[in-house]
Write a protein that binds this ligand. Structure first.
Ligand SMILES: CC(C)(COP(=O)(O)OP(=O)(O)OC[C@H]1O[C@@H](n2cnc3c(N)ncnc32)[C@H](O)[C@@H]1OP(=O)(O)O)[C@@H](O)C(=O)NCCC(=O)NCCS
Length: 155
């Protein structure tokens, strides 16, 4: 099993993975939007051999914050720790960008994902009504991020 950066050369596989397995709780973006996201170079794929079996990425906002975006693992490979692996890899990569905050939006009924995030340092911050296509979302924020001040004290 390997994790590597993926770009828009993988658009077909990633689009298929998202379309098939993000619903009912995840929001699927159009191929055009997906290409724009992939071109940012902030998406990682999980591969078994040549086969893409999962992916995760993040997006930068205008305030120095980073949003963890659409983690998905193909159903046959779930409950083996790969979701956690993708999330941990994502956190490691986001931290390299010196983020002011790290957050994500999750469907309020997506218990599996909510538990995954709670177990890995996220806390629930807000309930947002009609965030995507009329669907509600929980906003979860990574609570273990060290501030610049904390970092300099460690030096
Ligand atoms: C969410 C998702 C990525 C988790 O992937 P995964 O590879 O199964 O996750 P992991 O095996 O790393 O599990 C991590 C934790 O999640 C929880 N979890 C995972 N599957 C679970 C299940 N079926 N029931 C209860 N808890 C579960 C467990 O607490 C687990 O921790 P543990 O291994 O210490 O018990 C996967 O279920 C998925 O692709 N779902 C559809 C897409 C989606 O909704 N993505 C989130 C968008 S915000």
């Amino acid at each position: 099993m390997t994790i590597k950066k993926v770009d828009s050369r993988y658009i077909k596989e990633i689009y298929e993975l998202e379309q098939k397995y993000l619903p009912p709780f995840g929001f699927v973006v159009s191929k055009k939007e997906l290409k724009e996201v992939l071109d940012l170079g902030l998406t990682w794929g999980l591969f078994e051999g040549d086969m893409l079996i999962g992916k995760a990425g993040f997006l930068k906002d205008n305030n120095g914050g980073y949003e963890i975006d659409g983690i998905v693992v193909s159903p046959k490979f779930r409950r083996k720790g790969y979701g956690k692996l993708l999330l941990k890899n994502n956190l490691k990569e986001v931290k390299k960008q010196n983020p002011r905050s790290i957050y994500l939006f999750v469907h309020p009924q997506n218990n599996v994902a909510i538990i995954l995030y709670l177990k890995n340092g996220f806390v629930i911050k807000d309930y947002i009504k009609k965030k995507y296509n009329g669907q509600d979302r929980l906003k979860m924020v990574y609570s273990k991020l060290k501030t610049q001040e904390q970092k300099s004290k460690l030096l």
